[in-house]
Design a protein. Structure first.
Length: 404
């Protein structure tokens, strides 16, 4: 099952690249699918679409035929072949292709419309008129589909779930290409915890509109819920591929990689979340945990300082900062961080204490005296700082400076 999910995900990636006009990337993704599952019909179809767009008609036909040989019920492929044959003036062959397409999916107005044009070229006026009338009849059903869809949305808002399901399913009967109806049905079955149904509806929505990044994200959440983590990762990556400014796909991806112990990948995902949305405290906390675990002490300290700069009231980040500043060597690096912290929190006595200790270790006596004096101004009755000033005086003989 996991391998099947993999090639389905790669196939979806190829569709996305095709929709974005990234034809070479789409071809690469298709070949990755075919290495796992030779002659996978949807991928053969995509390759045909790519090559047709590139003007390589002969190669496109070859891939379309491969797809049909594996899966004869792909109406879109018959229609594409019909279009190619019509351009090549092989009108009778084109007619057969469109008739095959209509036999499989009789509710597509475009099939009748294009078939009618071919009959018109052959002088078959009555047949052409019949096709155009059928195309119009089907097109008139689309507004009915939208009515059912809108009513389904209202039912959802009112909490009438079963009525909403019926409305969305009726909408699909009138317009089987209404991706929003499938998406809403996926949402409903996700809430009902009927995960297989949710997956089916989400995947159908994606088949119709491969660039629905939100559906890829939702599909990833379903896969994550049922433990199919490779498929979840693929879905979140596809969501990111389409919309690189949605932070929660990066977060979900980071969470899975974090749990799998793939800390480098998790760190990169969490950093992307913070770039997009700086106040995601849970993500910042996990990022600091990763950096501490992987020995990136400076990065962890900087991350804590960034949080304190935004909101100094987060105890966890203050605690991690104090713990890890005490471990930091050499002393001059710690001095720089303490100085930054005093700029952010000029009345936090902990930072003056830490800075003073490091300056003493560096034997920067004059600066240490200034720091401890400032600390005493904040807390005149704190005997600790008076004692530390006295210690400096004893070590350096600068009694006047220490007590002035």
């Amino acid at each position: 099952m996991n391998q099947e999910r993999t090639w389905i995900s790669l196939n979806q990636k190829a569709e996305i690249y095709l929709a974005q006009g990234k034809l070479e990337a789409a071809i690469t993704a298709c070949h990755q699918v075919l290495e796992l599952e030779p002659n996978f019909p949807p991928t053969c179809k995509i390759l045909g679409n790519i090559l047709q767009r590139m003007g390589e008609i002969g190669k496109a036909q070859e891939w379309y035929v491969k797809a049909i040989n594996q899966q004869p019920n792909l109406a879109e492929i018959y229609a594409n072949l019909g279009s190619i044959y019509a351009q090549q003036k092989q009108l009778l062959t084109a007619i057969k292709c469109y008739q095959e397409a209509i036999g499989i999916q009789p509710n597509i107005p475009g099939f009748y419309r294009n078939l009618g044009k071919i009959w018109q070229q052959l002088g078959k006026v009555e047949l052409a008129r019949d096709c155009q009338e059928q195309a119009l009849t089907l097109k008139w059903k689309y507004p009915q589909a939208l009515e059912y869809f809108r009513h389904g949305k209202k039912c959802l808002e009112n909490g009438e779930i079963e009525k909403a399901i019926a409305c969305f399913q009726d909408a699909i009967k009138f317009n089987p290409f209404l991706a929003g109806a499938y998406q809403n049905l996926g949402d409903i079955f996700w809430e009902k915890e009927d995960f297989n149904e949710a997956i089916n509806y989400y995947q159908r929505a994606i088949e119709l509109k491969p660039d629905l990044w939100a559906v890829h994200h939702k599909l990833g959440k379903v896969f994550q819920e049922i433990g199919e983590l490779d498929s979840a990762i693929s879905s979140f990556c596809l969501s990111i591929e389409i919309n690189q400014n949605f932070p929660w796909s990066y977060k979900k991806l980071g969470d899975i990689l974090f749990e799998q112990g793939k800390l480098d990948g998790a760190e990169k995902s969490y950093q992307k979340v913070i770039e997009i949305k700086s106040d995601t405290w849970e993500v910042r906390r996990k990022l600091v945990e990763i950096q501490l675990e992987t020995g990136k002490l400076d990065e962890a300290i900087i991350g804590c300082i960034q949080v304190i700069k935004i909101n100094p009231n987060f105890t966890w980040f203050n605690q991690r900062l104090q713990e890890n500043l005490s471990k930091l060597e050499p002393h001059n690096r710690a001095v720089n961080y303490y100085q930054d912290l005093i700029k952010i929190e000029p009345k936090n006595i902990e930072w003056f204490d830490g800075l003073g200790e490091r300056l003493v270790k560096l034997q920067e006596w004059d600066e240490a005296i200034i720091v401890y004096r400032r600390a005493i101004e904040l807390e005149p009755n704190n005997h600790l700082f008076h004692r530390k000033l006295a210690d400096i005086a004893l070590q350096t003989g600068k009694l006047d400076e220490a007590i002035s």
